[in-house]
Every structure is written in C-alpha cells, then in structure tokens.
Write a protein that binds this ligand. Structure first.
Ligand code: F6P
Length: 489
C-alpha cells in the first residue's frame, strides 16, 4: 500500500533537527516518524509530507525531497511564503490554497495518487479532508491535541477571546478540526479517554459522535525499544553511568549513595507536578529510609542550586521544589541533574533499574503517558498518576503493570512509592516491561494504523460538515461569532 502522512507543521529531515528545541518539533513529529518507519518496515511505501522552505535559518528544509533511513520519503511542498519558517498557527491560510494543490500536483507528476492518507493535528487533518475532496484519497485523522481544550484552559486564565484568537487562531483551528474529524473515514486516538473527553467537547458537536464505534479506532503509540529496551545500549553507556555516579556524589549524603532511587524525568512544568514527589518524601520517613529522589532535568545541570538555563516557568517550579526540599528536611536525599537526549536518558534508567529503583510521574493529568512506558521498558518499576492515559496502560482487567496514585495527595504518592520499592518490586518491574513488549511498540501501532486505514477506506465520508471557503478560496476569515457559538453552544 502507498500511504501519505500529512504533517504541515514543524518539519522533518534525516537528522531530526530542532526536535524539542521548538514547540512545533515535539512529540507529534516523533510519533509520525516512528509510525511511518514501522509501516515502511512492514513493506508499505510511505511518504511524510511537510513544508518546503528556503530560509537560511532553517537550511535543512529547502529540498523538495529527502528520506529517512528505512525507506520513508520526506516530501516538502510549498505552503505560503516559501522563504520563511512559519509557526503552525500561521499556516491556516495556505493549506487549501497552496499546500494541498501542490501535493495533488506532485502525485499527478508521479502518475498515481497514494492509496490512503493520514492527517496529523488540525492542520494536517484539514489538508487530508481537502485531498480526499480533490482526489478521492481516503484518510484517517489523528488530532494529537485538540484546540477546544486548550482554548478553555487559556480562557480560564482570564485573557479575552479576541486576544487568544489573534495569537492562536482558535476559530480557524476549531473549524478545521471539525472538518477533519467529520470527513475522516476513521479518527485515531491514543486512549479511550481521549476519544470521550477531547472529542466529546461541545465545540465538536454535530461533527462527531463519540458513541459511534465506527468513527474511532484506539491505537496507542509505542516505545522505541532500540533506545529504551532493557537490552539496548547507548554508545557511551559507561560514560553516562559515570556522570550519574558523579552527580549522586555531588547531591546525595555519603551514607545514602547506594540506596535505590525514585527517578522523575519530565519538563519542569506545574502540570507535571514534580513538587508532589518532594512532598511525598517529606510525608514519609519510611520512604526517606528506602530511597533517594532524583530529578532528571534535561538541559539543567544543577537546578537545585543554580538558575542557569531555566526559563520563567521552570524557575517557578524550581522555587517551589527548592522550598519543598528545604522545608521537608530532604537536603542530601534529593539529586537533580541533566542528561541530553533519549539515548542517555535510557542509559540512566537502566543504571537505576539495576539498583531496584522506581520511575515516578505525578502529573495532574497525563493524556497518554509514554514516559512511564519507556521507563518500564528499561526495567524500572513504575508509579504514575491515575489521571489520564496511565489508568489504561498500567492497569486492566487482567492485572496491574505499575502503581497508580492520586497526584494531589502526597500520602497516597508516598504509599505507592513505598509499595513499588518494597517486596513487590520484581513483579512490578517484570509486569511493566512485559506490558510494553506486548502492547506498546511502534510495530503494534503500525498494525493498528493499517486496520484503521482499511476501515477508513470503507467508511470514507465527505461534505457532511462543509469545508469553510476561507480555507479554499480566500473568502472572509472565520468570524469571532462562530468561535463564540462553538465554545458556548
Ligand atoms: O509536537 C508538538 C506537539 O506535541 C503537537 O502535538 C502539537 O503541535 C503540540 O505539541 C500541542 O499543540 P497545542 O498546544 O497547539 O494544542
């Protein structure tokens, strides 16, 4: 089968330049690349289609064609002013007027349209709906993150609708998402909760029915086992181990350095709620006796003592974290340091797994939760928030693959950590690892996509929600009244 992945935002190149350095180069690109490669591995012809630009600040994206090792083509098609990188919020005017006609022309030049497409985020979703309309190519839609929830959250922060729309283009985004989910032959979500909660938002009423099983396919993403597997090896595994040992010497009291650890690795973001781990330690003498607490902090090497490299949000979290460590009498029990890149992180996990350690994620809400699964693959026992994806990935009717905790309750977190560090460690670590190998690999994701794509071809729908003419022929922009209607109806 010949498949096209439409992902206009960010960009792709064989070196994965800018990943995590820019908001449009985050988890979505990792996801698209991995699903595409896994499908190519199964023998399918796969293209990732993104945007061509000749911007000297982004020189990697000037060629019309590139490829990932593994046989996935990267096709870059002009979309608006091709002399500049555009952030995803600025792409809307050009998708239907420029980008999709360019994609159709490209395939016409090759003499054949792909058999099916898959659209990513509202922008890629709108584009696949337009491609289907222009050339009959059926498609699946993967929203990744829907605009309505983000709009609600930002509105609650007190900014006006007009200001938020000017910055984030919510009227265009919601309209595009409605079109994408309505025209798609199948909508792909990572969890059942995502289907119910995100697509059940009032802004999507009349575009999709979350009780309709024929519209949805739950296909979880996977863990990169070549990086995070317990048997994988970083090119400099022992160097990473030495770095960890050095940092423990720097931060942890001498008589405690051989203890297991509770390791957390997430952005220093209030949503990830890392301070709750320090509060949990402060609340439990048993926990303090059993383990140290370690934060892996990306580019920040000594964030308990130094502000160097931290942005405003990280500084807010650090202030609270330092205060919690001091107030809880935890100095010498807590380490925080950075390692760069996924391969080094996985080496850290393996090092701590060999000391019977536990990975912890106490986010207030975690939509899917790939990080706990990566840690489980590397051999750590896992404790994770009960709010969101981990409640599906770490527990099912057959058993428990990690410990779920209430992220707002330090006593419950402490109890979960004590359990995972105790005699159940071997069973939990083995069950978590098995769970990932059985259910959360990119190969499984690719198989899920193939099934969804086949159903999409049978279900193919179009024109139920008309495509707004703003996207196609430069008609007046989508009005603020429409945004008001969608968010209040
Ligand atoms: O790759 C970045 C990502 O993970 C994408 O899914 C999406 O672009 C973004 O984060 C979240 O989008 P938003 O904040 O616009 O909802």
């Amino acid at each position: 089968m010949h498949l096209a992945f439409l992902n206009p935002q960010g960009n792709f190149d064989p070196e994965d330049s800018y990943w995590t350095e820019h908001p449009d180069f985050g988890g979505q690109l990792v996801y698209v690349k991995n699903v595409a490669l896994a499908l190519a591995d199964l023998g399918h012809q796969v293209d990732i289609i993104t945007r061509r630009i000749e911007d000297p600040d982004w020189p990697e994206f000037a060629a019309a064609e590139d490829a990932y090792d593994g046989g996935v083509r990267i096709l870059r098609v002009d979309c608006g002013d091709s002399s500049a990188f555009l952030r995803k919020e600025d792409l809307w005017p050009y998708l239907g007027r420029d980008w999709v006609p360019g994609i159709v022309a490209h395939y016409a030049g090759e003499g054949k349209m792909p058999d099916a497409a898959t659209g990513h985020y509202g922008d890629g979703g709108l584009a696949t709906a337009l491609l289907q309309k222009a050339s009959g190519v059926p498609f699946t839609f993967t929203g990744h993150s829907l605009g309505a929830q983000k709009f609600d959250k930002l509105l609650a922060g007190g900014e006006s609708m007009e200001a938020l729309d000017a910055e984030y283009r919510f009227a265009r985004r919601l309209e595009a998402e409605r079109t994408a989910m309505n025209h798609a032959g199948m909508v792909i979500t990572s969890t059942t909760q995502e289907r119910q909660e995100q697509y059940g938002h009032r802004a999507y009423r009349g575009a999709i029915d979350t009780s309709d099983d024929a519209s949805f396919s739950v296909v979880p993403p996977g863990v990169a086992l070549d990086v995070f597997g317990a048997d994988a090896r970083h090119a400099n595994e022992s160097e990473v181990q030495r770095l960890v040992a050095d940092r423990l010497v720097r931060d942890i009291a001498p008589d405690r350095r051989d203890l297991p650890v509770v390791v957390a690795s997430s952005r220093l973001d209030p949503k990830k709620n890392p301070v709750a781990l320090a509060d949990a330690f402060a609340a439990s003498r048993t926990l303090q006796d059993a383990a140290n607490l370690v934060f892996i902090t990306g580019a920040l090497d000594d964030p308990l003592r130094s502000d160097a490299g931290a942005g405003d949000i990280e500084l807010d979290v650090l202030r609270d974290l330092r205060a919690a460590v001091t107030a809880g009498g935890l100095t010498g029990n807590v380490a925080a340091f950075g390692v760069q890149g996924q391969a080094a992180l996985s080496a850290v996990y393996r090092y701590f797994a060999s000391r019977r350690s536990v990975f912890a994620l106490t986010a207030l809400y975690e939509p899917f939760g790939l990080a706990p699964l990566e840690a489980a693959a590397a051999g750590l026992a896992v404790v994770a928030t009960r709010n969101g994806g981990p409640s599906e990935s770490l527990v099912d009717e057959d058993g428990e693959y990690g410990v779920l905790v209430d992220p707002t309750d330090p006593v419950d977190i402490a109890a979960g950590l004590e359990r995972a560090l105790g005699p159940e460690w071997d069973d939990l670590a083995a069950a978590g690892r098995r769970r990932v190998l059985d259910r959360y690999t990119w190969d499984r994701t690719a198989e899920g996509y193939l099934e969804a794509i086949e159903s999409a071809a049978e279900n193919r729908r179009r024109d139920l929600v008309p495509i707004h003419p703003y996207f196609t022929d430069g008609a007046p922009d989508i009005a603020m009244d429409r945004l008001r209607d969608l968010s209040y109806s």
